[in-house]
Design a binder for this molecule. Structure first.
Ligand SMILES: NC(=O)c1ccc[n+]([C@@H]2O[C@H](COP(=O)([O-])OP(=O)(O)OC[C@H]3O[C@@H](n4cnc5c(N)ncnc54)[C@H](O)[C@@H]3O)[C@@H](O)[C@H]2O)c1
Length: 445
């Protein structure tokens, strides 16, 4: 009874075809990256299904409901084929993708052994790393240089060599490395010139993640930020993306608990149910959990996790329902659980006449199993955006992030259903199809 079509857009966009190999450069070859690469290798061989991936599994409705046009997204927009993906990575440890995947302990050993020949070939390049920014890690496979600008230049050389060696026509880069300590944007991040000057002066406000983003954009390579680090949020990096005509997106993959929040909170708000508190806690035992056990890295993550409810519930519009609700987020490092995170949420809600009620959520999830399909979708959609000529912040990819990037004057949209509609309408727009508004009047005329 809801939907309809409206607003015919132009004839769609010119989209260069996805010819040749697409190189996917992963910063960090840990749990998420190896689960992603091993997953693609397994899917290519017909050993598993790409569950959780919109680009591989979702369909998109076109036109009126009576038209029954529901192509798969991958048949509707020209995306790179999984067989055309090649992988590269950097890490501070020398382990190849097979060893790193065994270490991460996410996927069954029997599957990894079957994929061993392909996974062993993926050997990480030495990383641009500084322990000051990730206190709990101490790696040996790292680049040496006199200053941070030189480190970035070494990354640029890596990118160019990878592209040539693997005969790629296009590249994308996805940050799947650790969460760095909390940093505030400042003058050194204000312009590209300032950034380069600060890199040369080894300024402490320049974290390694910024060097990767800088290197990617300098090479015309789209960049997605899977962690809550500032990285592509900086004005200097956004300026560079504009200048180089490169799409960027971030930040922090929306996977477990925050994914649940963005499902539940819009529902509560849709029924005008109040909220007095939301307490979230997690136990996690992988390397990510270990890194987040450091208060400085946790602060970066906490910022990213906390903002979600405020934006969805809009307490300034609904003070009687949402003013001053208490929101607490905890992550506890608990080694026995490995990658199998357990999240508990206690939600104190308020109903008719102010009567309190409670919702308890116990999510026994697998962090990297939830994150891997997001890496795939982001790689394919960023490559699509690049071929369309979309540059700068890609707000239509908010769907994938805990802290979605937007134009400076906008607040981020966190409601996952609005995010999905925006994503699909962007694809419809690219193809010159009508946008779906869910009005539906014409069915009753
Ligand atoms: N899994 C999820 O559901 C999820 C959700 C949101 C965000 N994230 C973020 O994604 C990132 C990856 O998560 P993970 O579980 O794979 O962590 P992980 O610790 O298993 O892997 C991260 C890897 O990055 C490497 N690394 C750290 N600094 C580096 C640098 N400067 N250059 C190159 N490599 C570097 C580490 O050595 C490690 O191997 C983390 O920042 C995490 O917070 C994960």
């Amino acid at each position: 009874m809801t939907d309809t079509t409206s607003k015919k857009t132009g004839g769609g966009a010119e989209i260069a075809p996805p010819k040749g190999k697409l190189g996917v450069l992963l910063v960090g070859l840990g749990a998420v990256s190896t689960t992603f690469v091993a997953g693609v290798e397994a899917i290519r061989r017909g050993l598993a299904q790409p569950i959780g991936s919109l680009t591989q599994m979702a369909s998109i409705r076109l036109g009126k409901r009576t038209e029954n046009r529901n192509p798969k997204i991958k048949d509707f927009v020209p995306l790179a084929n999984l067989d055309d993906l090649v992988f590269g990575a950097w890490d501070i440890f020398e382990e190849n993708a097979y060893e790193a995947a065994v270490h991460a302990g996410v996927l069954e050993r029997s599957l990894l052994d079957e994929l061993k020949p392909a996974l062993s070939k993926l050997k990480p390049m030495p990383a641009a790393f500084d322990q000051h920014y990730v206190k709990r890690l101490n790696g040996t496979h790292i680049k040496k240089a006199d200053n941070k600008l030189e480190l970035a230049q070494q990354l640029i050389a890596d990118i160019e060599n990878f592209k040539k060696k693997n005969k790629c026509t296009r590249l994308v880069m996805v940050w799947c490395a650790s969460t760095e300590v909390f940093l505030q944007p400042g003058n050194t991040h204000a312009t590209v010139k300032n950034l380069e000057k600060a890199m040369k002066a080894n300024h402490p406000s320049i974290a390694p993640s910024m060097l990767y983003a800088y290197a990617a954009l300098k090479c015309g390579v789209p960049f997605a930020n899977g962690a809550p680090n500032l990285t592509v949020d900086l004005p200097a990096i956004q300026q560079l993306a504009q200048e180089m005509n490169v799409p960027i997106c971030g930040k922090d993959f929306k996977t477990g608990q925050t994914f649940m929040k963005t499902l539940i909170a819009p529902g509560l708000k849709s029924r005008m149910l109040g909220l007095s508190g939301w307490y979230s806690t997690n136990i996690l035992g992988n390397r990510d959990g270990e890194v987040l056990d450091d208060p400085e890295s946790f602060k970066t993550k906490e910022e990213s996790k906390l903002s979600v409810l405020e934006y969805i519930l809009q307490p300034e519009l609904y003070p009687e329902l949402y003013k001053d609700f208490s929101h607490v987020v905890r992550i506890n490092y608990y080694p026995p659980r490995g990658d199998n995170k357990e999240g508990w949420d206690n939600i104190d809600i308020v109903g008719w006449l102010g009567y309190p009620m409670q919702i308890k959520v116990n999510f026994l999830c697998r962090d990297s199993i939830l994150a891997a399909p997001l890496v795939l979708d982001l790689a394919l959609f960023l490559d699509l955006a690049q071929r369309v000529g979309m540059k700068g912040i890609q707000e239509w990819l908010s769907f994938y992030f805990k802290s979605p990037m937007t134009a400076p004057e906008l607040y981020p949209e966190h409601d996952i259903f609005i995010q999905l509609m925006k994503l699909k309408n962007t694809l419809r727009d690219l193809r010159g199809e009508e946008l779906i508004t869910h009005l539906g009047k014409e069915y009753y005329d």
